[in-house]
Design a binder for this molecule. Structure first.
Ligand code: UD1
Ligand code: UDP
Length: 360
């Protein structure tokens, strides 16, 4: 079986690491990685391939830093060229980025079956580029690998039981990755010493979503909250290049600690030793749960609703007062982070088995 896997953005490298590792155990599967180039800085891309032992992409399309239409359009054309050469049995896409949609659309138009990993998630906010990408990708996918029970419900509500698509409850490949790299991160990462912080004595925060960075009011609300909280407990922000550019452009004042984006091992070390997490990231909300940390989500909706419903996560929006209130209300005494919300850590194996039986 030949699979062409499309990746392009940081969270996709992490997801692909889990599945690519499992594929190596199956001699009857040949995977070809295509990197669209969407993320391209060394610490947004190469570092993950090196640290996580992800196979080197056979194609790097070098498409990035464009508007949504231009980026998706150029990727569509370039991926189609690759697929004409490779003619795979499946195209596999992850998540909800422009690379995801371009990969799925290029394949579907060529009648190549599409497998979508992390299918069925919804924020119900059509202003988010991710929501558009995931809805369209789901609709043209042949196999939908859902990470949560909620994701399956979402698809069923949208009538997917009547569509010619197979829905699989696979669990979350990010959980596979977190379990696999946990020990390695504990021994190999020296990030706490490097930036001179002590376990439990800092908050780890990230922010990069368009809905926050490109809205001045929201961005100033979040930055003001970080500045104020930092006077009580250090706030450490590995900063996404998108946010860095905007803070620079708007000449915003920051008191908290900004560091460059870090690799996955450093990120796991930072997450597992933080007092709590504040983020608008999708992946980091779940990693907070995997490592038993309370998360404040700096958005108005989340796709990972089971975290909010289970009392592990608060949606704060981007208003300074709401973030401060949620921060001061955190009480983790009674919380047990032990529900199997994201499967059993064997999502990758389930995905491979389903692909094999689908192709028979
Ligand atoms: C993309 C995804 C988002 C995902 C995020 C993960 C889309 C629509 N958005 O957002 O869903 O959560 O990745 O991190 O696909 N940049 C650099 N260096 C890099 C990468 C990006 O300088 O290595 C700059 C780009 O030049 C651009 C900005 O960051 O100016 C935004 O990059 P882009 O890929 O458009 O979107 P992200 O915000 O990264
Ligand atoms: N991450 C990382 N280094 C960083 C920031 C994030 O390795 O400096 C990891 C994080 O642990 C998670 C993934 O990147 O596994 C999440 O990606 P991101 O927040 O960029 O995108 P999202 O999940 O919101 O789409």
């Amino acid at each position: 079986m030949k699979i062409v896997t499309i990746v392009g953005a940081r969270p996709q490298f992490i997801k692909a690491s889990a599945l690519s590792r499992e594929i190596k155990n199956h001699s009857d599967i040949h995977e070809i990685l295509v990197h669209t180039g969407q993320h391209f800085d060394e610490n947004m891309s190469d570092i993950f391939f090196k640290e996580m032992d992800i196979p080197k992409p056979i194609y790097n399309l070098d498409i990035h830093s464009l508007t949504h239409g231009a980026m998706t359009g150029r990727m569509l054309e370039a991926i189609e060229n690759v697929l004409m050469i490779e003619r795979p049995d499946f195209v596999l896409v992850y998540g909800d980025t422009n690379s995801t949609l371009a990969g799925a659309l290029a394949a579907k138009k060529m009648h190549i079956p599409v497998a979508h990993v992390e299918a069925g998630l919804r924020s119900f906010n059509m202003l988010m580029p991710e929501e558009i990408n995931r809805i369209l990708t789901d609709r043209i996918s042949d196999i939908l690998f859902c990470p949560t029970a909620e994701a399956i419900d979402n698809l069923q509500h949208e009538g997917y039981d009547f569509f010619p698509a197979t829905i699989v409850n696979s669990g979350d490949v990010m959980y596979d990755a977190a379990l696999y790299y946990k020990q390695k991160a504990a021994t190999e990462s020296h990030i706490l010493e490097d930036i001179n912080i002590k376990p439990g004595k800092y908050i780890l925060a990230t922010i990069h979503r368009q809905e926050n960075t490109d809205n001045y009011e929201r961005l100033t609300g979040i930055i003001a909250a970080f500045n104020e909280i930092n006077s009580e407990l250090r706030v450490i922000v590995p900063m996404h290049p998108r946010t860095k550019k905007l803070l620079h452009q708007k000449e915003m004042h920051t008191d908290f600690t900004i560091i460059d984006p870090v690799g996955y091992l450093d990120m796991i070390k930072l997450t597992s030793n933080a007092a709590c997490i504040m983020t608008d990231s999708g992946g980091l909300q779940k990693e907070a749960y995997f490592f038993g940390k309370y998360c404040l989500t700096l958005r108005d909706q989340t796709e990972w609703v089971e975290l909010v419903e289970g009392g592990f996560n608060t949606l704060t929006g981007a208003d300074k007062a709401s973030i401060l209130k949620a921060y001061h209300d955190i009480n983790v005494d009674e919380i047990k982070f032990d529900k199997p919300l994201y499967g059993d850590g064997k999502a990758s194996l389930k995905i491979i088995k389903a692909l094999k039986s689908f192709s028979k």
